[in-house]
Design a protein. Structure first.
Length: 463
């Protein structure tokens, strides 16, 4: 099968568009997994609002589970892109084999841990007596099928990094369409409620996983899944490379969990559950910003990694610039959408005026500084694409630490309803810091690579 894109020779603007747009759309579709579940759950007669709060408690735990696939997938795919740029097909194949093995092993461990400790975890992370039964039901079923979620998302990155962006988008779209069709059948037709939403999600992820694995085991892509050649040193390098994107997603989940705990603590009985419900709606909209944004920057990592491996630094710089432009355009559109369509978005989940008003307020506050957030994503994921792990990790940890501090301090001095301002404040500060680090360090990273390749070439000539 002919590769859709040549990472080393295609015109950069068109290449970035062809890789990033399908990945962005795929992540939009991927968000539908959680949003469609929440919409149908929120509209269950009599229990909708309480059940929605319960599933909202599960949301960050679900994201935390899938973040492990990101850890390995985005840890391995830039390294594989660099090997492909160096024309080292054997090395690229070995990387994919190790990643596939690691994902299966990690999925088994995660499934066991979540099922065994789900009750104390849910109560610790913000469930109340009223919302716990719904959270427990959803979490138990989802955790049992987490292997499919981890493999479908994680291995999809190896489709993208070989240039098959449309195939990658199809794998996500198939699962999302299945979920949209199955949700009302299991929730309402079979009268399974929250359990039906979880079952529909797991079945949809099974379908998506099957599509991804069938493609990667076939003879169509240049690099296919193989077995053997497992290397502990390589696995450690994959984990270190993927640590930054893993921390971004995992700590985002931890911060959402912490936010639910803060809302419950300061909101008190009853009002705390109402705040969690509104935050669940607002966070659903915000995922429509961050997930596609991450899709854009993640999809262009192979471009950076391939050309970095091939020592084509002008193409690396051009790739970074075009990625940033696309991210800024996307976030500008989403900022406008937050102010225009957020009332209609909130009404998809509930008809209660209180929930709608507070949810719209939260959405509009949280999206105030998503333009700077686009800069942050481009820089951090750019460092990851070049395997410059320590810069990416440092910037990620700085942002998460700052957000946690703001989330704790704001309610104490300005009230719990203003806790949503933590997001725009942190987005602005962290983007400024990221720009400073980029300007100081990026040229030296590229220059060191050029010098190393030149030295290796000279050694080859003298042998």
């Amino acid at each position: 099968m002919r590769r859709e894109n040549n990472l080393g020779t295609d015109a950069m603007f068109g290449l970035v568009l062809r890789l990033a747009i399908p990945a962005m759309l795929a992540q939009f579709i991927n968000v539908l997994y959680s949003i469609v579940d929440r919409i149908f759950i929120g509209n269950i007669p009599e229990i909708g609002s309480t059940a929605l709060a319960g599933v909202g408690i599960c949301g960050p735990i679900v994201t935390l589970i899938t973040s492990f696939s990101i850890w390995i997938g985005i840890g391995g795919s830039p390294l594989m892109s660099i090997k492909m740029g160096e024309n080292d097909r054997k090395g690229a194949t070995k990387i994919m084999a190790n990643c596939f093995f690691m994902m299966i092993a990690m999925a088994i461990v995660i499934t066991a841990v979540v099922i065994l400790f789900r009750q104390p975890l849910l109560m610790l992370f913000g469930a109340s007596e009223a919302t716990f039964p719904y959270a427990n039901t959803y979490m138990t079923i989802y955790a049992a099928g987490s292997l499919f979620a981890i493999l479908s998302m994680g291995m999809n990155t190896f489709i993208i990094c070989q240039g098959y962006s449309k195939i990658a988008m199809m794998s996500v779209a198939i699962g999302a369409v299945c979920n949209i069709i199955l949700d009302p059948i299991f929730i309402f037709a079979f009268d399974m409620g929250v359990a039906g939403a979880a079952v529909a999600t797991v079945i949809s992820q099974m379908v998506s996983c099957a599509f991804v694995l069938l493609f990667l085991f076939s003879g169509r892509p240049p690099i296919r899944i193989t077995f053997g050649g497992y290397d502990g040193t390589l696995m450690l390098r994959i984990l270190l490379t993927g640590l930054s994107p893993f921390l971004i997603v995992a700590l985002d989940s931890v911060l959402i969990i912490a936010m639910n705990m803060v809302l419950q603590h300061y909101g008190g009985p009853g009002y705390g559950d109402q705040l969690v419900t509104c935050y669940t709606i607002a966070q659903s909209f915000f995922l429509m910003v961050t997930m596609p944004l991450g899709g854009i920057t993640g999809a262009t990592q192979p471009v950076l990694g391939f050309n970095y491996g091939a020592c084509q630094m002008d193409r690396v710089r051009s790739g970074q610039k075009n990625t940033l432009i696309l991210c800024l355009v996307f976030t500008a559109v989403m900022m406008l959408a937050a102010h225009v369509v957020s009332p209609y978005f909130a009404r998809l989940f509930t008809n209660d005026a209180f929930y709608i008003d507070l949810s719209v307020k939260a959405i509009q506050i949280m999206t105030l500084m998503i333009l700077p957030l686009a800069v942050q994503y481009t820089i951090v994921d750019g460092f990851t694409g070049l395997s410059a792990v320590r810069y990416a990790i440092s910037l990620s940890l700085f942002r998460k630490t700052l957000y946690f501090a703001a989330m704790v301090i704001i309610p104490i001095f300005w009230g719990i309803e203003n806790v949503f301002f933590a997001e725009p404040v942190v987005d602005l500060i962290s983007s400024i810091v990221s720009v400073c680090v980029f300007l100081k360090c990026m040229n030296s990273i590229l220059r060191r690579r050029e010098e190393r390749v030149k030295l290796e070439h000279q050694k080859t000539l003298t042998m």
